[in-house]
Design a binder for this molecule. Structure first.
Ligand SMILES: Nc1ncnc2c1ncn2[C@@H]1O[C@H](COP(=O)(O)OP(=O)(O)OP(=O)(O)O)[C@@H](O)[C@H]1O
Ligand SMILES: [Mg+2]
Length: 224
């Protein structure tokens, strides 16, 4: 089972946005997917309610996440995406403990990079693979990323935080689509937002394959 946990102590970094868009990419009739909305704000629950789609399940404010994941496995879910609140509470720590991969969205700003370090520390403490994703970034000019993005990437590299090589740009379709319960591709398959989410999904699939192969080689079942 793949458990993707979206975590960052920084509010508004894009946890719920990325979780929703990726969930809409992953979920299909042959790949039942579960969202666990463990942020009391309930952003994903609201999106899911508007969406109303059978093969994307939802549980919210789950107290015992380990038990919820065992139940999800019994129910046939292979993919679970967990949204968490912007703090370092036990809710976040418990989710990270169960993660196959922790995704840490970060805006390209000093404040985001500073705040992300607490979440990185939690992932490291629980020995979980994690990666930062630069979100809501200014658009690239051709192949050249904005100075603030390059600076943020430099700061993350200096902190030895793995960061996705791409970026999710600040784009209206990534917000507008959520208001109709859709993901970027469903809203406008030809949009740049859909393209970037697709690239992120491809990179995540690759990372998850590596994670599973690593655990297989090590003879453990942590990522099973
Ligand atoms: N790439 C993007 N393009 C445009 N708008 C974005 C993007 N990412 C996030 N936003 C907007 O920024 C706001 C915060 O995003 P979101 O709610 O996903 O962050 P969050 O990390 O889940 O916040 P919280 O910590 O409060 O749960 C939302 O209004 C969302 O629509
Ligand atoms: Mg949120």
């Amino acid at each position: 089972m793949n458990v993707l946990v979206f975590a960052s102590r920084k509010g508004g970094s894009g946890k719920s946005t990325l979780a929703a868009h990726l969930a809409s990419y992953i979920a299909n009739p042959s790949r039942p997917t579960l969202l666990i909305d463990n942020d009391p704000q309930g952003s994903l629950s609201l999106w899911h309610k508007i969406r109303n789609q059978e093969y994307l399940g939802l549980k919210h404010n789950v107290r015992n996440i380990a038990e919820a994941l065992r139940e999800a496995k019994r129910e046939g879910y292979e993919w679970v995406l967990v949204d968490t609140p912007p703090n370092k509470s036990s809710i976040v720590a418990e989710a990270i403990k169960q993660a196959t991969l922790v995704i840490i969205p970060a805006r390209a700003s000093l404040f985001d990079i500073a705040a992300l370090q607490d979440t990185v520390a939690l992932a490291r403490e629980h020995r979980k693979p994690y990666a930062a994703v630069i979100n809501a970034a200014p658009a690239k000019h051709g192949d050249t990323e904005a100075h603030v993005v390059a600076d943020a990437r430099g700061a993350l590299n200096a902190l030895q935080v793995p960061v996705w090589a791409g970026q999710i740009t600040h784009r209206p379709e990534l917000t507008l689509s959520l208001a109709t319960g859709e993901g970027a591709r469903e809203y406008d398959a030809g949009s740049q937002g859909a393209d970037e989410i697709g690239r992120l999904w491809t990179a995540l699939e690759r990372s998850l394959n590596t994670i599973h192969n690593t655990y297989k080689k090590a003879g453990t079942s942590r990522a099973a």
